[in-house]
Design a protein around this ligand. Structure first.
Ligand code: PLP
Length: 487
């Protein structure tokens, strides 16, 4: 076998590249009209799962054909204007090209004398400035919000430890450290607490108020109780946009408490952080500029193709103190630390390029408008839900998340959960719209999160019409012929 099997001539590379771009362009062209999602047929699933790896080479054209047939039709669906599940935005098309470019130029974003390094530093600086954090802030791009939260909390652990965390780890801690978050916090904070050795038992879930924001009085009480019991409260991990409802914790009050108690102020802004760009929503984020560490997710509201998160740490030297290592084989005499000294990964992709492209393509004002439009669409959806008697608005967050359910007039509460579970499946199968689900105050709810520059007002009507249709179909299948729109 010679290298001609793996290498492509420039002409062949160009030809295959065109085939591939055409595939993606066709997908873009169909984003509005195609079904939001298609069910993955068992035969396709089995073909993907059991694909043999042969001794003999295969032709790239045949492989691309398999991608076209068996993969592209069964993506998550988030390129559609009527995809409202979880927090999965459509990738900005220029960002898609950015990822291709990043792979194509082949340079890891590590070495501090290469262009990719300075592009990442610039992008991190732009993001830092959006939150009003000082210039001393350090940061790094990550795989996503989970990794960004882990990095922020690792910096916290290093700073708050009484012993030498790098040398002795948790074994040198004279008192157990305790972290505080709300009952609405994202599960990645649990992962972080477990991974960093605090243990889930030392991550307190503070109750929330009627708007699903952390109850600061309850927080203060919990901190006092733990201190009285000989534990060491070290950190509040607040949410700037909870994943269930988009609630933003009272950041300024929590910052005050952290200052009073000499605790670290961490913020998980993975979903909602960039909501600060919306002038109407910006006041919710007052206090975010006081964070000791902040996790945000460009692959959510900045529309960067996955993966792209960002960790910011107010004391920029801390990242190097936590992660810096200097074995002989990585020796360099650059005045700048390598990016491997600021985070977990050694070799790492050039994630900054796609963000660099899209942020400048759209501009700051463009992003203010896009994010404001998503929030306005959520408000419009909430108004439409209120205007339709067959729906119940359960939680209307201040950002772009709406939790609701289909509840025919007179239906007993204990039947509503099951009905909505079936409705969600039916709606998904219809291909007309997609919502995910969650639990609010013990109730199963449909959850629509609008982080989608393609969504229009008409798409919201399609969602509600299709949801009502799926609900009716389910009632009918169960032999319930109730007239669901009777007020
Ligand atoms: C998405 C999300 C996370 C996790 O981020 P990933 O990018 O999925 O790793 C954490 N917190 C919140 C609030 C989120 O919305």
């Amino acid at each position: 076998m010679d290298s001609s099997t793996i290498d492509l001539s420039p002409d062949e590379f160009r030809r295959l590249g065109h085939v591939l771009i055409d595939l993606l362009a066709d997908q873009l062209a169909g984003a509005r009209e195609a079904p939001v999602r298609r069910p993955l047929p068992e035969a396709v699933r089995d073909r993907l799962l059991n694909a043999p790896l042969n001794d003999a080479p295969e032709a790239p054209d045949a492989l691309l054909q398999r991608v076209k047939d068996d993969m592209l039709p069964y993506s998550l669906g988030n390129s559609s204007p009527r995809f409202f599940g979880w927090v999965n935005s459509p990738p900005a098309p220029l960002g898609i090209l950015g990822d291709l470019l990043a792979a194509g130029q082949g340079s890891p974003a590590v070495n501090s004398d290469r262009a990719a390094y300075f592009v990442e530093m610039a992008v991190v600086g732009w993001i830092r400035a959006m939150f009003g954090l000082p210039e001393t802030t350090g940061g790094i791009l990550t795989s996503g919000g989970t990794a960004a939260n882990v990095i922020g909390l690792a910096a916290m652990r290093h700073m708050m430890a009484q012993g030498n965390m790098r040398r002795l780890g948790m074994t040198a801690e004279p008192a157990r450290m305790v972290l505080y978050t709300s009952t609405q916090a994202h599960s990645c904070l649990q992962k972080a607490a477990e991974l960093l050795g605090f243990g889930d038992e030392h991550l307190r879930r503070i109750p929330v108020d009627s708007e699903y924001r952390m109850d600061v009085a309850a927080l203060r009480e919990a901190v006092g109780r733990d201190r009285a019991n000989g534990l060491r409260p070290v950190c509040v991990a607040a949410s700037a946009g909870t994943v269930n409802t988009g609630a933003v914790d009272p950041l300024d009050a929590i910052a005050d408490l952290c200052a009073d108690e000499a605790m670290w102020f961490h913020i998980d802004g993975a979903y909602g952080g960039f909501g600060i760009l919306s002038p109407a929503a910006a006041p919710l984020f007052k206090g975010i500029e006081r964070a000791d560490s902040l996790a945000v997710d460009p692959h959510k509201w900045l529309y960067a193709p996955i993966e792209a998160g960002c960790a910011l740490v107010r004391d920029g030297d801390l990242l190097r103190a936590v992660f810096g290592v200097s074995p002989a084989y990585l020796n360099h005499d650059s005045p700048y630390p390598w990016l491997s000294d600021l985070g977990i990964q050694q070799t790492r992709g050039f994630k900054a390029l796609k963000i660099w492209l899209v942020l400048q393509q759209v501009g700051l004002q463009g992003f203010r408008d896009l994010i404001s439009a998503d929030i306005a669409h959520a408000k419009a959806l909430q108004a439409k839900i209120k205007a339709r008697p067959e729906f119940e608005l359960v939680a209307a967050g201040p950002l772009s998340i709406t939790c609701f359910r289909y509840k025919p007039v007179g239906m007993a509460d204990d039947k509503v959960d099951a009905l909505n579970k079936a409705l969600q499946k039916g709606l998904d199968a219809s291909g007309k719209a997609f919502v995910s689900s969650t639990e609010i105050d013990g109730r199963f709810v449909l959850r629509a999160c609008i982080v989608n520059f393609r969504t229009t007002d008409a798409d919201l009507d399609v969602l509600l019409d299709a949801a009502a249709e799926a609900g009716k179909a389910e009632l009918k299948a169960k032999g319930d012929s109730r007239e669901d729109t009777k007020a």
